[in-house]
Write a protein that binds this ligand. Structure first.
Ligand SMILES: Cc1ncc(COP(=O)(O)O)c(C=O)c1O
Length: 378
């Protein structure tokens, strides 16, 4: 049996999601824009899912716009800046954003928008007053709530409140936070929020942009007027139905999940720390998603360990990615001051649905052996 510890990359679907999506695939084939009964059935399912997602995020159902996932939601917010009627001149992001924010920001810069990239500290954290100082006079701040690589959770309540005080709008990429951290737009004054179903045991290729009351969004995809004119294209009903169910489960279980994941993640860290010498955690240990453990295993390239673990039946992720034969260190770990060699020695283990204590103990054993072997070989 394989052991999957890569839940920040994507998650397995919950049975409840599979059943709801499968039923929708089979039965809800009508086009929600059609006026006949088949269309009405699909439209009702869409409305129900919108309520489920809205309930999970703490926003009015009318503020939820379904998209193909968080990359599209992030692009929609950033690119609307350039395409919109307002003359936008300045955007603020951090230097630990997901590529679906990094790249649109670089594109905006080419179009003449000034982009400020805020630095995080060695723990991966932003400081709310520093964000507000840099944001004064900006048209938009776009920040990741919980980092996909390190799991570090930004002090978003304080940041959002500071930005609200100075009147600068805030977009938050909450893709990793939803389902693993309390996310409530009623409590945290965010203007736009991106999230994605496949990170919370829902289907791939579906997500949403949640828009706070009083805010709007220019459409990125123009077309048939779907999503009240904000996103053209026939809706992915089976995906959206599954997303709704995943959100309802996340809302009901968030507290219990946080406890269960933290217990597994801490067991993993305790085991590794006792049995693997020269290992340290990346990111603020007290401000991190309960499911994420990002490690630097000194002198052991992450991509080598990833492959060896895979052969032993364990799926994890490394802090460096191979592109066309060369190894590129993580921009997130580099932003936290890690050297390319340190960043390369990092490994991300992220627990989730389906993991248990027995699996964690097995991974500790396997890792101890593999690290010893890799170090002996070096
Ligand atoms: C923080 C963050 N933002 C955005 C994305 C993109 O999400 P999607 O795969 O739904 O486009 C991801 C997924 O890797 C992510 O972790």
């Amino acid at each position: 049996m394989r052991i999957y510890l890569d839940h920040n990359a994507t998650t397995p679907l919950r049975d409840e999601v599979i059943e709801a999506s499968a039923a929708a695939l089979r039965d809800l084939y009508g086009n929600p824009s059609s006026t006949h009964a088949e269309g009405a059935a699909a439209r009702a399912a869409l409305a129900r899912a919108r309520e489920q997602v809205a309930g999970c995020l703490g926003v009015a159902p009318g503020g939820v716009y379904f998209t193909s996932g968080a990359s599209e939601s992030n692009n929609s917010v950033l690119r609307a800046l350039a395409g919109g009627a307002s003359a936008v001149t300045r955007l603020v992001i951090s230097n630990v954003e997901h590529p679906s924010v990094v790249e649109p920001a670089a594109w905006l810069e080419k179009c003449g928008v000034g982009v400020t990239r805020l630095s995080v500290d060695a723990e991966g954290l932003l400081e709310p007053d520093a964000v507000a100082d840099a944001a004064a006079g900006a048209d938009l701040v776009s920040l990741i709530w919980a980092n996909n690589e390190t799991g570090v959770v930004q002090p978003m309540q304080a940041i959002a409140e500071r930005l609200r005080e100075i009147g600068v709008p805030l977009h938050v990429d909450a893709t990793q936070a939803v389902g693993k951290w309390p996310v409530d737009m009623k409590r945290v004054p965010v203007d736009w929020l991106s999230c994605s179903a496949h990170k919370l045991n829902g289907p791939k290729g579906v997500g949403c942009l949640a828009v706070a009351e009083g805010r709007d969004i220019e459409p990125l995809v123009l077309g048939g007027g779907q999503e009240r004119g904000r996103r053209g294209g026939t809706e992915n009903i089976p995906g959206i139905v599954g997303f709704g169910v995943a959100c309802e489960l996340a809302r009901a279980e968030c507290g219990a999940r946080m406890q269960r994941y933290a217990a597994l993640r801490d067991r993993l860290w305790d085991g590794i720390r006792k049995r693997v010498p020269r290992v340290r955690r990346n990111g603020a240990a007290d401000r991190v998603l309960p499911n994420t453990l990002n490690l630097e295993i000194e002198g052991t390239p992450g991509e080598v360990l990833l492959e060896a673990l895979d052969l032993e039946g364990v799926a994890v992720s490394a802090g460096a990615a191979c592109h066309s034969g060369s190894v590129k260190a993580s921009h997130v770990l580099s932003a936290m001051g890690r050297t390319p060699e340190q960043a390369r020695a990092s490994l991300r283990l992220s627990v989730g649905h389906g993991n248990d204590a027995g699996q964690i103990d097995r991974v500790v054993e396997i890792l101890e052996t593999l690290v010893r072997r890799a170090r002996e070989a070096a």
